[in-house]
Every structure is written in structure tokens, then in C-alpha cells.
Design a protein around this ligand. Sequence first.
Ligand code: GLV
Length: 328
Amino acid sequence: MSKPRILVARAVFPEVIDRLAVHFEVSHNQVDAAWSKADLIARLQGMAGAFTTGGERIDAEVLAACPDLRICANMAVGYNNFDLPAMTARGVLGTNTPDVLTETTADFGFALLMATARRVTESEHYLRAGRWTKWSYDMFAGAEVHGSTLGILGMGRIGQGIARRGAHGFGMRVIYHNRSRLAPEVEAACGATYVGKDELLRTADHLVLVLPYSAESHHAIGAAEIAQMKPTATLVNIARGGIVDDAALAAALREQRIAAAGLDVFEGEPRVHPDLLTVPNVVLTPHIASATVQTRRAMADLAADNLIGYLVQGRPITPLNPEVLGAA
Ligand code: GLV
């Protein structure tokens, strides 16, 4: 019997391509060419599965043009590149990669918080530019992290990981806001207290965003929300571009309406709002929160396991729209 055909839309570990090739006829993009939507549609013809990375938009137009498609396996926990209702309507399964990246991403959230509060990149630029001629008492004096108030907007697995680090590692008071409040035992385990969004904004010394992107969370942090924050506060976004209004944030940073920000994700990335590139009090990283070798490999393996699990064994590991399984 011929093997099902799948498309790996972006470059990925060669070992993962080899694993997939045991089960599938694999088309890949190991040169990592930038494909337009039309390119993606053309390459998906006759494919039963797609290995995607979060940048490939799978919407009604793609689905209508690719009738053989049965599964899109995202190598990402976020899946706002999927129009999930449209996929469900067409009987196409979506999968993501939860859990395997939780602790690594929480580590990075904390790294960005620390770098932002303690002005790590700003001071390094100063040093590299040869401007460090003498020590002074207030040079790059930043914000205290230990013992301060950590605010978390979005309290899924990664938010809880950041809360644990703050509460148990840094003696922080942790407050959070989420669509739904966590069970008391989960709150206790991560040392976090539920508050309303306004209180979160007003009270946090360091605010970390970890909520999924959706139409509802678009610009959840804009000029009005930033205006509620303390002038000494820092803001960290490791969630998705579009949750923060980047232009409003850049203006606020320039006018020092908040102290600093750390951003790993951007509206319209890989483009970065030009105003963010010229303000000094922002730490900028290129969407690397889950980027350790082990974690990226675990994510790629889980995406591959979802393709194998569904197309070969009929059992995906982490389905996003399991109702498709019942209908299949
Ligand atoms: C990365 O942004 C992911 O969603 O895994």
C-alpha cells in the first residue's frame, strides 16, 4: 500500500524528517523558503497531513483548496494560525505541542523579566559602545525583582510555571488575571492570588503576558491599559504579537510612562515596529521563548507523533478539535 503524503512546511530537524519518512511520503522545505499562501496551497495538493510551525495560516480558503488534507500538526503550543472552526467544519484535525515546552518557556519568561527589570541589554550596549569610562552609584539602576509584585495575565500552564518561579524562587507576591479562576489547590501550588484586570494593571511591579491570541485578546494591552500601570512597572510579552499595541507601547516607553518592557513577540513579526527599535528601555528577542535544543526537538517530535498517531494509528496525541475524531 502506498504511504500517505505529508508536507513539512518549514525546515526542521533532519532526524524528524527521517522519522516521518518511515511512515509517509514526505515533501519538505529544508531550504526554508518563504512560501506565499498560493505556494502553500499548491504544495498541499494531494497531501493528507501538514507539519506547520505557527506561521502558516490554515484558513477556509486553504482548506477549500486542499480537499485531501486530514490533519495539520502545529509545532507550537499556540495555534492562532489555525481557523479551528473552519477546520472542524471540514473534518480536518488540528494538533499543537502543549506541555513539552512549559518549563522552558517559563524559564525564558523569567529571563526576560530579569533582563528587563535589571536593564541587562541596555547596559551591555553601553559597554560595547565604549561608553563605560567610570562606575557610578546609579549606573543602570533598575527595578527590584525579589520581594516585588509579579502580575500574570493569562494563567495556563506557562503562566503557572512563571508564578511558581516568582513565588517560590524570588519571594514575590504573585497576582494573576485569567478568563477563569484557577482551582484553590492550583492557586496554592503556584502561590498566586486572583485579581481583576484593573487591579492587576494597577498593582503589578512586573507584568507578564502569557494569554493566547484571539480576537478578544487583540490589543488587550494598549494605551489605556498602560496608563493604569505604575510608572516604575515593567511589561513582558512572551504570548503573541497583537496582544500588545506595539505603537502605543513604544510611545509609553519613550515618554517613560512605564519603566521598561521585554518583548519576544511582535505584531506582524518578523517585522518589528520601528519605534521599538529606537527606544532604549526595551529588551527585544526574536520569538525564542521555547528555544532550547531539547525543547524544540521535543516539540518537533510531538508534532510528528501527532501525524503518525492520527494518519497511521488513528490516535493523535494532542488533538485541538477532538470532535473531528468522532466524525471520522
Ligand atoms: C510559540 O510561540 C508556541 O506557541 O509554541
